[in-house]
Design a protein around this ligand. Structure first.
Ligand code: FAD
Ligand SMILES: NC(=O)C1=CC=CN([C@@H]2O[C@H](COP(=O)(O)OP(=O)(O)OC[C@H]3O[C@@H](n4cnc5c(N)ncnc54)[C@H](OP(=O)(O)O)[C@@H]3O)[C@@H](O)[C@H]2O)C1
Length: 328
């Protein structure tokens, strides 16, 4: 019997790879350090409903990804989001509608990876710390010292700085991953009992602390008891405030939001902040995925491509396709 293929990381890249391999008839096993799937597409359940603190929406430009999005739409876990878009630049908030289709998971962003997991075997709450290559097979060690294996191949689908130590057996791949810089993002959520008197539903911000903010509850399927907003700091601001307390971050981003939004902003009934240490690669790459076919180890994730949801999905697809090619 052939050993299964191990996939480390149950974000969209790891699950995209899992789907390709599973469809081709291969047994896979995923390892995920968190309690649920999704990674940077996860949603936070809170007293004011679930909040998309990471990816806000995604675009689909590649035909293969468009096909996947259409399948998710048919299953009901994705819907189009057509917000009233604005931009803020040179001190002015102006409408900035465009024709670009934008997609979100429904009823929350995490619904997509939840559907992708389906019946696939996943070990949740299991952080992999080492990947060893024996004479024939791979085995993995987790943070609690447990061993997992044997596996025929390993796909590492986690942010580059976290992937680097797991690639130690393949020094050339490790060196590439080690060279990838990933920028942080501070994310804050505010919830108001009384809706803010504004038409804005999403805003690209081109100066100051903020990069983007959106009215979370206007996305399809979201709970609507509170008027919920998600604010993202820029990479530069987030890096400069990496060690700030959550209270300081909420205060500053709330203040910046109140300056821009152009209506009265009362004290929020609920706030939270989340720091994404490895939010996005500082630059795009065109690697697709990294592979050492002789050893049977692969690495993928948004950092191998455009640094977005589509890029992560395509990278997982590419890693799995290369593995299948190498098996032939
Ligand atoms: C604040 C923010 C806003 C964003 N906004 C957008 C947007 O609007 N549109 C867009 O297209 N993209 C956006 N992105 C980017 C998008 O979310 C990512 O590109 C995409 O989700 C990355 O997917 P991934 O599978 O490569 O990595 P991840 O989602 O990071 O998945 C990796 C998974 O591996 C797990 N893991 C890590 N280390 C280990 C380990 N050692 N063992 C086991 N498991 C491990 C993690 O818990 C995680 O679940 C945003 C990202 C952030 C942070
Ligand atoms: N905060 C983080 O950590 C992020 C990590 C990764 C991606 N992030 C944001 O994801 C958004 C998705 O990008 P994409 O799929 O390419 O979506 P687009 O909507 O096409 O936006 C790309 C980019 O273009 C500018 N823009 C697009 N539409 C408008 C518009 N109607 N008005 C004004 N500007 C628009 C905008 O760039 P700016 O530099 O001009 O702000 C968009 O960012 C994307 O928002 C990533 O930032 C976050």
């Amino acid at each position: 019997m052939t050993a299964p293929i191990a996939i480390i990381g149950a974000g969209i890249a790891g699950l995209s790879a899992a789907h390709v391999l599973n469809t081709a008839g291969h047994e896979v096993h995923l390892f995920e350090k968190s309690r649920g799937s999704g990674g940077r597409m996860a949603s936070k359940r809170s007293d004011v409903g679930s909040l998309d603190l990471g990816a806000q929406y995604f675009t689909a430009r590649d035909r293969r990804f468009i096909d996947a999005v259409n399948q998710w739409r048919a299953k009901g876990c994705v819907a189009e989001w057509d917000p009233a878009l604005y931009q803020y630049r040179a001190g002015a908030l102006t409408p900035s509608q465009d024709e670009q289709p934008r997609w979100v998971g429904t009823p929350r962003m995490s619904a997509i990876t939840r559907a992708m997991v389906g019946d696939l075997p996943v070990s949740f709450g299991c952080r992999i710390t080492e990947a060893f290559r024996g004479p024939q097979h791979w085995s993995l060690q987790d943070a609690e010292g447990h061993n997992h294996g044997p596996f025929s191949h390993v796909i590492i689908a986690i942010p580059a700085p976290q992937a680097t130590p797991l690639l130690a057996t393949a020094p050339k791949l490790a060196a590439v991953a080690a060279g990838v810089v990933m920028d942080p993002t501070w994310s804050a959520a505010l919830a108001f009992k009384t809706p803010l008197e504004t038409r804005v539903e999403g805003c690209f911000v081109q100066e100051g602390e903020l990069d983007w903010f959106a009215r979370n509850r206007c996305k399809p399927g979201r709970e609507a008891d509170y008027d919920t907003w998600v604010l993202h700091g820029t990479s530069a601001w987030s890096r400069a405030h990496l060690d700030a307390s959550k209270e300081q971050v909420i205060e500053q981003l709330h203040g910046a939001f109140a300056e821009i939004i152009g209506c009265a902003v009362p004290e929020p009934a609920f706030t939270l902040a989340h720091r994404w240490l490895y939010a996005r690669p500082a630059q795009s790459h065109q690697w697709g995925a990294l592979a050492d076919a002789d050893l049977g180890i692969y690495a993928c994730g948004d950092w191998c491509g455009t640094g977005r949801v589509e890029g992560a999905w395509l990278s997982g697809f590419d890693a799995a396709s290369r593995l299948l090619d190498h098996l032939q």
